[in-house]
Write a protein that binds this ligand. Structure first.
Ligand code: ZN
Ligand code: ZN
Length: 657
């Protein structure tokens, strides 16, 4: 097995995106390779790092000029000395490298090169190939290439020129493109130019700290034939405001919240409007979708904007009101300007960059010969491998399960892929993602506050598609089962009329407006489980006391497959006393909710076997879950540390052993 360590940092949006895409590329090319993405800033500096990130985002929003100044400070040799002074980071990295002995190390953030240089300064040779993947374009901070690496991957030829001018030998420079998601490489289709009356499909990405998009959007809608898709990000209030604002144009405006489907969106639109973030600009180029940049953070993002201008791949505008003019210009005269942009894009687009860089990384692994004393820490813990093997070949085993988890498709904090990694790294065997889907009739009067905390009708297809994709990845990577679910919200105004119902392991959407008994019928028709969520006294933003099912248990107990005997920290004894079928779930919304009640099932690792145990109320147990970092003060910082799984104590083995 080849072991590849990818080092990243959560500053800006380019580094993490590049790291994840590269990991995906590596695992696509070589099923035996194992790539780990690690943010050592989060690990070594914990809260400090969170603070810096917050400050960074704050600065981006309020004082972009100031941030530009700070970014250029990195050019200063004195500051570089300070960077070398990241002692804790250096110690942590040294420890990880010693214990895991990777076959290749990749960095997507400039600081790591300097730290590695320091670790292997005088006394020893670096025992692994080291590749720096530069995520900036054209204005490239010299700190990226002043520390040595075997190869420097850059997004384009213009960036390669900067490195050559900076004295980097030609044979070390690889202009393979920016590692965008391999999804771009697989899509063969290319959106044709809009002709005649066909809609001009424009995608508007609203940025952090840029909420005054309303007027710009009004103006764009005045342009003939424009159909607008807006992504409002993780800001439900903004989304609600925009839906309201564009109501009269609703037949040609779609307002989305946060989305996992950016590649698909870019590939299905003629133009994208957004800020000059590294990932966004590079994704637009990979999708061959011309871009209009409406915001540039000085320093860090100037190169990305310069890239669009230099290669004529779109336009950079100074003011929001110029956006509509740029859109109009692009499409006038039979979209002449747009066609020119598209032509240029085809020349510089590298949709398969992640796979190309992955190829280089794997090639370097081959050339590297591992030392005989290598400790196989990258392998999954032995207990899990054995359990996974047992799962493949049949035989019951104790399975750690959580059937009630919210992603940021409704009111959860984490995107679906992050949830899969979060649970996968903790050795869970089966999870079900259950975002809220509210009965629109019941939302009446609460629409403005709650509409954005639930899945939208237009998101359902995407929701099922994304979980399906992650289901396959979770099995490949963690041998963990992932199911698609929905929490149906029937929220009334009194406790007797509120009910939350989980549909677990669904194959397709079910309308939340149906009667509860009809919903249960459809869940069963799909082979899923219908489970009453928190049927006890409780409080949430949805209202309180979802007691309807419990108070009408004569009617519903025969229909339901199980009841939540425990939800997060609450236990509802009566369900046990009545000997009703039960499960225990996190009702996970954010990382600290992992410290909560869970279900253990003794069965084969197979969805049908698991569901069967629950239905029959056999071989089911509940357990209170804790892991590293918990629970003294609940140590939320430890939960942000992706490095945790390198050293984790596995509470699971204790449970299973
Ligand atoms: Zn609920
Ligand atoms: Zn819930």
């Amino acid at each position: 097995m080849k072991k590849i360590l990818i080092l990243t940092a959560g500053f800006g949006d380019g580094h993490n995106a590049a790291s994840r895409s590269l990991r995906e590329g590596i695992e696509m090319l070589d099923e035996d390779a194992r790539a780990e993405v690690l943010d050592l800033f989060a690990d070594s500096y914990g809260l400090f790092n969170t603070l810096v990130k917050k400050t960074y985002l704050g600065m981006v929003a309020h004082t972009p000029k100031l941030w530009g100044g700070i970014y250029s400070l990195l050019e200063n040799p004195f500051v570089e000395k300070q960077l070398g002074g990241f002692t804790r980071l250096q110690e942590t990295l040294e420890k990880i490298l010693g214990q895991t002995q990777p076959d290749c190390v990749v960095s997507t953030y400039p600081v790591y090169g300097h730290v590695i240089k320091k670790i292997y300064a005088s006394h020893r040779e670096r025992p692994f190939p080291f590749i720096t993947v530069i995520t900036d374009s054209i204005t490239i901070n010299t700190s990226w290439f002043r520390a040595p690496a075997d190869f420097f991957c850059v997004p384009n030829e213009a960036s390669a020129d900067v490195l050559r001018a900076g004295g980097v030998p030609d044979k070390k420079i690889k202009a393979l493109g920016f590692p965008v998601s391999p999804v771009f490489a697989n899509a063969a289709r290319e959106l044709p130019a809009p002709v005649g009356e066909e809609p001009r499909r424009v995608l508007y990405i609203i940025n952090t700290g840029k909420k005054k998009a309303g007027k710009a959007i009004d103006r764009i809608l005045e342009v003939d034939g424009v159909h607008l898709t807006i992504t409002a990000g993780r800001d439900p209030e903004l989304r609600a405001r925009l839906i309201e604002r564009t109501r009269e144009f609703s037949e040609r405006v779609t307002v989305l919240g946060w989305t996992n489907q950016m590649p698909e969106l870019m590939m299905s639109h003629h133009l994208v409007i957004g800020k000059a973030g590294g990932a966004t600009v590079q994704e637009a180029i990979a999708a061959r979708c011309p871009m209009i940049i409406n915001q540039v953070i000085p320093g860090q993002e100037e190169g990305n904007a310069a890239l669009i201008e230099k290669y004529n791949l779109g336009a950079v505008v100074e003011k929001n009101k110029e956006v509509a003019e740029a859109v109009e210009l692009a499409f006038e005269k039979k979209a002449a300007l747009w066609m020119e942009w598209r032509k240029q894009l085809k020349k510089v687009s590298h949709p398969d960059a992640a796979l190309k860089i992955a190829g280089l990384v794997l090639e370097q692994c081959e050339s590297h010969c591992p030392r005989p004393d290598a400790i196989p820490l990258f392998e999954t813990a032995p207990a899990r491998v054995m359990r996974a093997a047992a799962g493949n070949g049949g035989g019951a085993q104790m399975l750690l399960c959580d059937f009630h988890i919210h992603s940021n498709y409704s009111d959860g904090k984490l995107p679906v892929p992050d949830l899969v990694d979060f649970y996968g790294e903790r050795g869970f065997d089966c999870i079900c993602i259950t975002d809220h889907l509210a009965d629109p009739k019941r939302l009446l009067g609460k629409l403005s506050e709650l509409a954005n905390l639930t899945l939208g009708q237009e998101q359902l297809a995407e929701y099922f598609a994304v979980i399906e994709r992650e289901r396959r990845r979770a099995w490949r990577r963690y041998k963990m089962l992932v199911m698609t679910g929905i929490e149906f919200n029937k929220d009334g105004y009194t406790r007797k009329t509120s009910a939350h119902l989980l549909g677990v392991d669904l194959k397709s959407p079910i309308a939340a407006s149906l009667e509860i008994t009809q919903i249960i019928g459809q869940i069963h028709a799909q082979g899923g489980l219908a489970i009453a969520s928190h049927p006890h006294l409780m409080k949430s933003e949805w209202g309180k006391n979802t007691l309807y099912l419990w108070e009408n248990q004569e009617q519903y107990a025969p229909l339901l497959d199980a009841w939540e005997i425990a939800n997060r920290n609450n236990i509802f004894n009566d369900i046990g006393l009545k000997r009703l079928p039960f499960v225990a779930n996190s009702d996970f919304h954010k990382p600290k909710h992992i410290y909560s009640w869970k279900t253990l099932i003794h069965a084969e690792k197979d969805p049908e076997a698991i569901k069967d145990c629950i239905r029959r109320n056999e071989h089911v147990a509940i357990t209170l879950y804790r892991d590293f970092g918990a629970p003294a003060g609940m140590a939320p910082a430890a939960l942000d540390a992706p490095a945790g799984h390198f050293f984790r104590e596995r509470p699971l083995q204790a449970i299973n052993g």
